[in-house]
Design a binder for this molecule. Structure first.
Ligand code: ZN
Length: 287
C-alpha cells in the first residue's frame, strides 16, 4: 500500500530507526474487539499529507500485508526499558520472554559492551525492540566536559554502527545525569524513566515485581530495569504477562512518545519523569 510505504519512509526519515513495524505477527490484544478498534502501528501522525501525486494513485496496488504488530493509540501503553547491557546471557533471555509474549522493549546499551553480545543486540532489533545508547563506558555524563562528552558519545556511536549499521537517536544517560551540553548539543533525544523499581540494588524478584504492581496506573510510564541481573530477567518473566493482563500494550519508548503522547521525537530534547508521568487523557490521544 503506497500510503503505508510513504509513511514508513517518513518514519525512517524521522530517525525512528524503522523499528515501528517489525515483520512479525503479534496478537497481544486480549480485549473485546468491539470496543477496541484495531489501529495500524502507523497511525495518523505518520500519514503523509495528501499531495498531488498521492491523490492520483488509487489504492489498487496493495503490497503484501506485513503481519505487523499493532499498537492501538486508544489503549494504555507501557514502555519497558533495560539498561547496562548487552549481556551475553540475560539479554537473550529477556528477548525470549518478550518474543513469547509478543512484546517489545527498549534496550539502552553500553557502547563498549556491544561486542560482548552483538548477536543479541541484532536480534533485539529484528524483534522490533528499540536500541538506544547508554554512553560508551557508563560514565556520569553530567560531569564530563563538552569535549569528553563528545568523545564518549561518538565512541558509542561507532560501536553501534559496527553492530547495527546505524547509530541510535535515543540516549539514556547513566544515572539519569544530564548537563547543559548534553541537553543542547548531543543531538540525541534524551530519555530517562518514570518508574524505578531499583532492580539493580534490590536484586530481588518479588520486591521488583511488587514495586511495579504497586504503582497503580502505569499508562504512559517508562519502567527502568537492567539487563545484567538474573533477578531482573525473572522479574520481567512475571511482569510482561502481568502488564498485558492489566490491558497495557508493551511498546518501545519511541512508540510511547509518538503513539501515546502524540508527540515527536526531537534531538536535544529531554523526555524525563515529568514528561512521562502525565500522559494526555486517552480520549485526547485518539484522533
Ligand atoms: Zn546504567
Amino acid at each position: 500500500m503506497k500510503k503505508i510505504l510513504l509513511a514508513l519512509l517518513m518514519v525512517v526519515s524521522l530517525n525512528l530507526r524503522g523499528t515501528v513495524i517489525p515483520a512479525r505477527s503479534v496478537q497481544m490484544d486480549p480485549q473485546p474487539a468491539e470496543t477496541l478498534p484495531t489501529v495500524t502501528v502507523l497511525p495518523d501522525p505518520f500519514q503523509p499529507e495528501e499531495t498531488g501525486t498521492e491523490e492520483t494513485g488509487e489504492e489498487t496496488e496493495r503490497e503484501p500485508e506485513d503481519p505487523a504488530r499493532t499498537v492501538e493509540p486508544s489503549r494504555p501503553m507501557v514502555a519497558l526499558t533495560f539498561d547496562d547491557g548487552p549481556h551475553p546471557v540475560y539479554t537473550d533471555q529477556l528477548l525470549d520472554i518478550l518474543e513469547e509474549n509478543g512484546a517489545v522493549a527498549t534496550f539502552f546499551e553500553v557502547g563498549q559492551k556491544l561486542s560482548s553480545a552483538p548477536e543479541a543486540v541484532r536480534r533485539a532489533e529484528k524483534l522490533g525492540c528499540e536500541i538506544g545508547s547508554h554512553s560508551n563506558r557508563h560514565a556520569n555524563l553530567g560531569k564530563l566536559d563538552p569535549e569528553a562528552l563528545e568523545v564518549d558519545l561518538a565512541a558509542a556511536d561507532v560501536a553501534f554502527e559496527e553492530v547495527l549499521g546505524t547509530v541510535p537517536t535515543l540516549l539514556r544517560p547513566p544515572y539519569g545525569a544530564t548537563s547543559k551540553a548534553l541537553k543542547t548539543d548531543s543531538g540525541y533525544s534524551i530519555v530517562t524513566w518514570s518508574v524505578d523499581p531499583q532492580d539493580w540494588k534490590l536484586r530481588d524478584v518479588e520486591q521488583v515485581v511488587a514495586h511495579v504492581q504497586g504503582i497503580g496506573d502505569l499508562d504512559g510510564q517508562v519502567i527502568l530495569l537492567h539487563s545484567i541481573y538474573e533477578s531482573s530477567v525473572e522479574a520481567t518473566r512475571t511482569l510482561v504477562p502481568w502488564l498485558q493482563e492489566q490491558g497495557y500494550q508493551l511498546v518501545t519508548v519511541s512508540e510511547l512518545i509518538t503513539l501515546r503522547f502524540g508527540d515527536t521525537l526531537e534531538p536535544n530534547r529531554l523526555y524525563n519523569y515529568d514528561y512521562f508521568r502525565c500522559p494526555p487523557a486517552l480520549s485526547e490521544a485518539v484522533r
